[in-house]
Design a binder for this molecule. Sequence first.
Ligand SMILES: *Cc1c(COP(=O)(O)O)cnc(C)c1O
Length: 354
Amino acid sequence: MELSIQTTDALKPLPRDADLTFGTIFTDHMFNMDYDQKNGWHNPRIEPYQPIVMDPSTMVLHYGQSIFEGLKAFKTSSGQIQVFRPEQNFARFNRSAQKLCMPPLDEAFALKAMMELLKVDKRWVPSTPGTSLYIRPTIIAMDPFIGVRASYTYRFFIIMSPVGAYYKEGFNPVKIWVTDQYVRAVRGGMGEVKTAGNYAASLYAGEEAHRIGYTQVLWLDGVELKYIEEVGSMNIFFVIDDEIITPALSGSILSGITRDTVKLLAEKWGTPVTERRISIDELITAHESGKLQEVFGSGTAAVISPVGEIKYKDKIMKVGDGSVGKWSQKFFKAITDIQYGVAEDTDGWILPLD
Ligand SMILES: *Cc1c(COP(=O)(O)O)cnc(C)c1O
């Protein structure tokens, strides 16, 4: 397939690195590709960033048949632009497509198209430490049809947004709230899929968390409301009595690439992560006996997010001594050092832009 590239000279002014937030401004160009049953995936093109014109009956607007990915491009101190484990994102994208009854992508081609887009808009990759260019591949159902079935036509697009340093004011522990009322996903459902509906389903509990002063929701399993699953858009880790524990992938938890990276690093360092079920009661017991040393989330946006406080029903658990734990620090530094080219990439995790 031939990738067509149509660029614009009407370039937007670049924001200052210090003014960057998350997800509010977008680069000059985007990637688009269409699918229909006769032509398969076709017409791959890089073109100026622009609205998608659609009929009000377009299926994605009514039934949520939509999947996405999230990854980042980094600039090293020598000016090299590089992405972190992007093959993993496109592999997961195809797993998501399958669950949403969407046609699979040629992963190698999609990745190549993304790298071409990155090349066209490379001036948008910020260089201040901690900043990056967030990349959002998305597929949406495009049939103009009101009725529940899988769409026959799709749009695959990639947009990119420069993002500021997540920890501008230092590496601050967050406060999370465990809901004993709402659930995000159940086994057999869509929890392991990066699909729009999961995030719509999380909003109501998220607002309740904010109302009582907490940043994010920690979800329990959808059947017994007993076993810990994950945080909003992060997987979760606990250090109890020197053991690093993360909930096993049960089908209702998103299989994070950062989660996998933490696992691989821990293994390499001789402290393998235990993947198993962990109940909220076990967490409370560990906290009461003084054995709960650290809690941290993992995800592309923050990389590692230390948790300083957990609220469950009337119980408020402070984690550790309120400062950032040694494992949180160690994982954060190891991963970001590789991403920004400070440390050598010994595992083939970096794809440089040539
Ligand atoms: C994207 C996401 C994660 C983290 O995945 P990464 O690949 O590490 O960014 C965790 N949980 C949910 C619900 C997510 O959507």
